[in-house]
Design a protein around this ligand. Sequence first.
Ligand SMILES: C[S@@+](CC[C@H](N)C(=O)[O-])C[C@H]1O[C@@H](n2cnc3c(N)ncnc32)[C@H](O)[C@@H]1O
Length: 306
Amino acid sequence: MAVLDTMPKRKQASMTKPVSMTSVSAVSTSDPELNRDDFIVFRDFIHEKSGMYFPETKMYLIKNRLANRIKELGIKNYKDYFYMVKYDSGMKEFNVLMNLLTTNETSFFRNVPQLQAFSDEVLHMVIAEKKKVANRNLRIWSAGCSTGEEPYTLSMLLMEKIPDYASYNIEIVANDISENVLQAARKGIYHELSLRTTPKFYKEKYFTKTGSVYKINDIVKKKIRFSQINMTDSLKMSLIKNVDIIFCRNVTIYFSDEVKRKITKFFYNGLVKGGYYFIGHSESLHGISKAFKLLYLKNGLVYKKE
Ligand SMILES: C[S@@+](CC[C@H](N)C(=O)[O-])C[C@H]1O[C@@H](n2cnc3c(N)ncnc32)[C@H](O)[C@@H]1O
């Protein structure tokens, strides 16, 4: 089943949270209506503003994910909700919409071979180049970081794999469009399920377990800068520069090719010459960009800016 078809439990929970934006106190009990024409207009707006593209076959998904919110607001149909989102100058309701529509599935040490390609091969090459020119700055970007498992994994690997780690000026830029997931990322508290592929060594060294929950230790958090960035935002995206390695995994699978092309250009411009770009193992830049060179490493594939 496609990831988009399943709604994570925390998303269901967020739909029952108190409403902050409504001026309507009554809660409508009947199901709001969504016809095809309204869906198309709403869908195109979501695409333009977030990059996420919902084909007509996913109309039910928009309906399901937004129904409770619309009822909470006391609004009768999706069209009125759409106008509310569109004309909310503070973007508050747009942020709520993004919290509800994004798919945030992630885990620590997701796709171990790819992470080995990062820590045992790419990192080694990057550090060797930096040593030649006495450059001690290292910047990594986790784009679409969800609840933080990816940037925290990268942070732990850097600590373990860079021999003179303390002598480097390291920064991990981690961003997402959804404020809800960023809040969870900053807290850094996880259940066993998120750590299902985490080696015992890392669990014991970098987490503090209390009851059934794991809290990430402060030392892992130290180098990470979490911030809300919508990847379709040209201005914010163009401000992230001099990045050595980018991870953007399992994010653009929900985007149209047109948006993928736009975002890939931002990543290309954000990378230093000789920088590396990891995408999800089921993704490809075929038909999206010819700017990168595809390298076949021992443990996996990576794109390089030559
Ligand atoms: C499936 S998660 C992937 C998390 C992690 N990269 C991984 O592979 O485990 C996709 C994330 O992309 C975020 N996302 C979707 N559209 C975005 C956009 N336009 N800008 C920034 N983040 C976005 C979602 O909020 C979600 O947290």
